[in-house]
Design a protein around this ligand. Structure first.
Ligand code: PBG
Ligand code: ZN
Length: 327
């Protein structure tokens, strides 16, 4: 595939990510959001104290308080209730999906905000796995990547700036990139690959938040084994070859060596690291108990991500971090 650059630099925030340094600026942070169907509702999440699932109107108020502090990018996760989960993940790009409905409003309200959409089937399939199943062959990779590409195009049509596939199906990056280009999004949408995503027990709290736990089995046949370093390198290489504009390592703290390895392999590609729900819970509870100083321990972990080579950190602590940067 010919090498393309424009889809990674069309937005001012994306361009800033091409500058490499180790200080923390507000544009080095991306804030994950759980968006629900009921526009005026906000729900506490038991496994992630301090974080809420929000409807679009509640989110508007929340973002209005953060954007003046420098918030420049968000990552949207849709959480559906009324749209039935099925084999095909119909709810992922249903007209009533809160991400599909919310994107045009967010673009209108916050024109400078960079908006990424997580792309996966697990919150929307009846079995809670990240791909499509076929009775004869089990996980059907071909059907899965075709469906993911279709959803990606629908998120792009709704206005997403970044598509972030977290499913880990083989060759999804090429399928999604080709679909985006053939639908006219070549210069308008960036592809952020969850390239080195490990099968991790640190995702536990998130699966409660996003209602995306698998009904049977686990994700070990498509997410990386936690001891694998060479396979992580191959996954990253593959996704770069298939057209990823940006890369991600996930989780963060237990995989700092992989962050460094990935940055060394591709110093010229913006690298994201996801400080996942279990890392959030660890820091939250450690400091709630009085054992750790929240602000200090948080800042130290964030700087470790920057030092290891991360250009952008996806963190549930973004609101607090914006306050700390301002100090
Ligand atoms: C869905 C997805 C997961 C996370 C992001 N997207 C969970 C999983 O793969 O099981 C984890 C995020 C977090 O733990 O904060 N594929
Ligand atoms: Zn998934």
């Amino acid at each position: 595939m010919p090498r393309k650059l424009h889809s990674g630099i069309f937005h001012p925030t994306l361009r800033k990510l091409q500058e490499q340094n180790v200080q923390l600026h507000s544009y080095n942070l991306m804030y994950p959001i759980f968006l629900i169907e009921n526009d005026d509702d906000a729900q506490d999440i038991q496994s992630m104290p301090g974080i809420q699932r929000m409807g679009i109107n509640k989110l508007k108020e929340h973002l209005e308080s953060l954007i003046p502090k420098g918030l420049s990018s968000i990552l949207l996760f849709g959480v559906t209730e009324s749209i039935p989960k099925d084999e095909n993940g119909t709810a992922a790009d249903h007209p009533l999906n809160p991400v599909i409905r919310g994107l045009p409003k967010l673009l209108e309200w916050f024109p400078s905000l960079l908006i990424a959409c997580d792309l996966c089937l697990c919150p929307y399939t009846s079995h809670g796995h990240c791909g499509i199943f076929n009775k004869e062959i089990g996980l059907d990779n071909e059907a899965s990547i075709n469906r993911l590409a279709e959803i990606a195009v629908n998120y792009a049509k709704a206005g997403a700036h970044i598509i972030a596939p977290s499913d880990m199906m083989d060759n999804r990056i090429k399928a999604i990139k080709d679909a985006l280009i053939s639908h006219g999004f070549e210069k308008k949408v960036a592809l952020l690959s969850y390239a080195a995503k490990f099968a991790s027990t640190f995702y536990g709290p998130f699966r409660d938040a996003a209602k995306s736990a698998p009904a049977f089995g686990d994700r070990r046949c498509y997410q990386l084994p936690s001891g694998s370093k060479g396979l992580a390198a191959r996954a990253v290489e593959r996704d770069v070859d298939e057209g990823a504009d940006m890369l991600m390592v996930k989780p963060g703290l237990p995989y700092l060596d992989i962050v460094r390895q990935t940055k060394d392999m591709y110093p010229n590609i913006p690298l994201y690291v996801y400080q996942v729900s279990g890392e959030y819970a660890m820091i939250y509870h450690g400091s709630k108990s009085g054992t750790l100083k929240l602000n200090d321990v948080l800042m130290e972990t964030i700087i470790s991500f920057r030092r290891a080579g991360a250009d952008c950190i996806i963190s549930y602590f973004t609101p607090l971090l914006l306050d700390l940067i301002a100090k």
